[in-house]
Structures are given as C-alpha cells and as structure tokens.
Ligand binder design. Structure first.
Ligand SMILES: O=c1ccn([C@H]2C[C@H](O)[C@@H](CO)O2)c(=O)[nH]1
Length: 160
C-alpha cells in the first residue's frame, strides 16, 4: 500500500488538464455515432507527455462499436506509449459520462490504480475519479507473471 502511495505522481498542472480537455473535445466532434447519437471523445496523456485522442466509432452491428477510450488507447500504443498518466472523457447529457466497464479494464492495462480520470461535458469538468475508484480490486498486469510491463507499472491495490 505504501508502495502505491510512493508511486503516485504529483498532481497534473491545470494547463495540461486543459490541453487534454481540448483534445477530447476535438475528438468528440469527429465521433461516428449514427445509431446512438451519443458522441464521446477521450484523451490520454502518456509517460512522454504526449496526448492521444479517440472518438467512438459505431457500426450497424451495434455491439461491435468502439468506445472513445479504446480509440485513444490504440493511438497511444501505436505511438509507442506504454503508460497512461491522466485521462479525460467528454460526453453529453445529464449524467457524467464515465468509462464503461470494458474501457475501465482496458485503461487498467496501462494505467495504475491511482490514474486520475476526469469527466467533462460542453460546460466544463463534471468530476474526477481514480481508476481504483472506477474499478476496485482490479485484475491487472500484476496478476500475471507473463506481463511485459515493468514492475513500476504494476502497482496493485485500491489506492484512491
Ligand atoms: O465512456 C464511454 C461511454 C460510451 N461510449 C460510446 C459507446 C457508444 O458508441 C455510445 C453509446 O453508449 O457511447 C464511449 O465511447 N465511451
């Protein structure tokens, strides 16, 4: 547990949160969601300070659509990123759009339980959660001896 606390990064400067918000908003404008009409954008900050964005992409076979978070994650990996330092999700509606269950697990592969996930809409921020709060007692890379990720990335537990 104390190890988790040690590994927790310093709070992200607001300017970087703002850059993530702008990237997620821009991605949301490109969403392809002709079935749900629910447009979502996501942006992820990697360990090199780069921002990777994604939007949801639906198709006629409804369950086969891709979430915004998954698209952003693909962009991060494609660019050589291996760690998510901060995440932003932008949606719309009356309720804040938190990542779906599947995306919480996808984020967990490259994000520590202490990963901060901010939620926003057109008006501004709607909340901030740690990944541990969104996905408690998570199963992650640390559970598999075959994991390719460095030990520093495998901090386990429910730090929130
Ligand atoms: O965090 C979320 C929640 C939902 N969606 C997408 C999936 C689907 O295309 C649409 C409605 O669920 O919103 C995301 O991309 N991210």
């Amino acid at each position: 547990m104390s190890e988790d606390l040690d590994q927790r990064a310093a709070p992200l400067p607001e300017a970087q949160w703002h850059a993530l918000l702008e990237a997620a908003r821009g991605a949301r404008e490109r969403a392809y969601a002709p079935y749900s009409h629910f447009h979502v954008g996501a942006a992820l900050l990697d360990e090199a300070g780069r921002i990777h964005a994604g939007c949801n992409v639906e198709n006629a076979a409804y369950p086969e659509g891709v979430c915004a978070e998954a698209g952003a994650l693909s962009a991060l990996v494609l660019a050589g990123g291996r760690r998510i330092v901060a995440a932003v999700v932008v949606g719309a509606g009356t309720e804040p759009v938190t990542p779906c269950g599947g995306c919480r697990q996808k984020l967990r592969e490259f994000g520590a339980p202490s990963l901060p996930v901010r939620i926003a809409d057109a008006q501004g921020w709607r909340g901030e959660h740690t990944l541990a709060a969104l996905l408690p007692s998570s199963f992650g890379p640390q559970n598999l001896s075959t994991s390719p990720l460095p030990a520093s990335q495998k901090d386990s537990g429910d730090a929130s």
